[in-house]
Structures are given as C-alpha cells and as structure tokens.
Design a protein around this ligand. Sequence first.
Ligand code: GDP
Length: 352
Amino acid sequence: MPTRQPIVSVLGHVDHGKTTLLDQIRGTAVVKKEAGAITQHIGATEVPIEHIYAVCKQMIGSKKFDMPGLLFIDTPGHQSFTSLRARGGSLADLAVLVIDINEGIMPQTLESISILKRFKTPFIIAVNKVDLIEDWTVNKDEPFALNVRKQSDKAAASFDDKFYKIIGELYEHGYTADRYDRIEDFTKSIAIVPISAKNGIGLPDLLLMLIGLAQRFLEDTLEKEEGPAKGVILEVKEERGLGQTVDVIIYAGTLKKGDTVILGTKGKPLVTKVKAILKPKPLDEIRDPKDRFDSVKEVSAAIGVKLMCQSLEGVVSGGPLRAAGANPDEARDEVSNETKVNIELKDDGIYI
Ligand code: GDP
C-alpha cells in the first residue's frame, strides 16, 4: 500500500532551538541539488527518503523503509501545532519536542508534552545544543551515535550529567524517556535524540527515529487516500502580482486546477474554484522576484501549496479545505463540522 509522508511539527520552549532546527533541515536543501534533495513547499519542507538514506548511510547500511519521506511544517511552536487541525486532531502526524540540554525542562516544555499527549501525537525529544557542552568535539552533520564516541571523558561526563538530569525531571513529571539507542520498547519510553541544531549533529539520528516512529505507529494514518483533496489553511496572503492567495497543506487526496473547493470561514463555508495551484520555484531558478512560483495542474498529499481561487472572502487560517468531488454537500458538511469543532476546542481553552 503506498503511503504519504508523515507531517511533522516542531515544538518546545522559547529559545531552545526550534527555528534553528528547521533552518538546518532547510539549509541542506538550498545548497545541494542532488537527486532526492530536500524541496521547499509552501509552509513546509520535504525531506525525501533518498536524502535520509544518504545522510544515515553509516547507521543503516542498505536498509530501506516503506515511506516517501517527511514533511516538516515550517512554522514552529505549539500555537501552530494546535491551530492546524485535521479530523479533530492535529494536522501533524508526528512531533519533535526540542529541549535545550543546558536549560532542561521549562514551562513550555511541559505544556508542549501535555498538548502532544492530549492530541495523541507520537513524538520524540531532541535534546539540543550539545555543542555547548564544555570540551565537546563538534563534527558537522555527524550522526550522534558516532559523534558521542569521539568525546573526551570530561565532555562525556558533563553530557551524562545534564542528560540524566533531564530524564530525571521528565520522570518526576510522569514521563519515561531515554536515549533512543538505549530503548528496547518504544511503546513504553519516549526516545531522546541528542542534537546540535546549529551544527547538524544528530540530525541523521533524528530523521531516522521519525521514520521509525511513523512505521511503528502511523501505518493506517499514512495510507495514501485517493479522491478529492483534504487540507488545512495555513494563511490567507496578499501576494504581489497575484492578489489574494491562500497557503494550504493538503494532507489527503488530490487537488486539481479547476476543482471546486469548500473553505472554512467564521460563518458559512465558502464554495469557490481553484484558479491556480502554485509551488515555490527552486531558488536558483528565480530570475525575476515577481516570478517566484510554478503553476501546476495537480498535486497529491502530503504537500504545501499556494492557491489562487475565484474568491477567498472570509477564509480563516486554521480552517479546513475540501475539494467538492462527486459529493459537494458532504464536503460542505465536513467543512462546517470541522470549523465548528475547531471553534469549540478554542473555547475549551486548548488554543494557546
Ligand atoms: P526557538 O525560539 O526555539 O525557535 O529558538 P532558536 O532556534 O531561535 O534558537 C535560540 C538561540 O539558540 C539562537 O541564538 C540560536 O542560534 C541558538 N541555538 C539554537 N540551536 C543551537 C545549537 O545547537 N547550538 C548552539 N550553540 N546554539 C544554538
């Protein structure tokens, strides 16, 4: 059964390194242009499985996975995690919770964990900024599993001190967690991957753990859904030369140019037509700043795209999108219900 990429969100306390981690993941995209290179979507970054094979070669040899890659939502933080919803849960299938190893558990760390638990989103913890540990040997982009073996006794002892303090604190709050390479049963412990978002240390381990987590917990969710598109609105945006546009993540089905779509508004759902589906052009192909997008005929989940529609009146970010398909009334009801659920959850205080 073909699968789509899991959608991944990054959460954590302010300044613990969420943006740096996403920048690091994106960074490798822009520089390298080899086959299977990371590609920039609207509002998201795609890491294809070929890239993961390449950067994880030392760890996995020729092992292969039944998954096309990972799609990272570019906007970090639990606000975006909670406001981007699908099917009453989070749009994200998986999450990375970032903790600064030198600061440990902070209020927003705990808040993030309780949100992830509430949404039942499988997650891993990235313990970040290992490069700041005294005497730490930094080798850019190295898997943590290799990097850790090259450390002096002093650096290793300091790392263990800080690392086990975090595990202890998590335990006090009722969570069992351990270094990912020491876990036997992933259903019982939260996996922690030590990283340096700034230097790329541990990124291979992190990507691999996410793929592993998806294979273990998401097989059904990720089954590729045929049929009309389902998506979530990221943002309604005025785009120079294009007018009003809407950025969306499509998480199921296929969207075609000319499709009738139903979009969530504060009031009655808006029924409109897709005039254009736009993808960002690779950076080095942009000659004119006005010409930043490629227009495509059709896209399939999971993907982030910009849409031009006949109307976007009243459309709200965080709202649902459905292509009408053969059953427009049902699609409209779905949009209506989903919008209502979101508003109810908002009143329930789940929005941060
Ligand atoms: P956010 O608020 O969680 O998005 O945190 P940022 O990504 O903005 O990072 C906060 C600060 O920590 C910035 O000054 C980053 O450069 C720094 N930082 C993030 N990751 C690392 C890391 O791995 N090593 C070091 N030394 N600094 C980092």
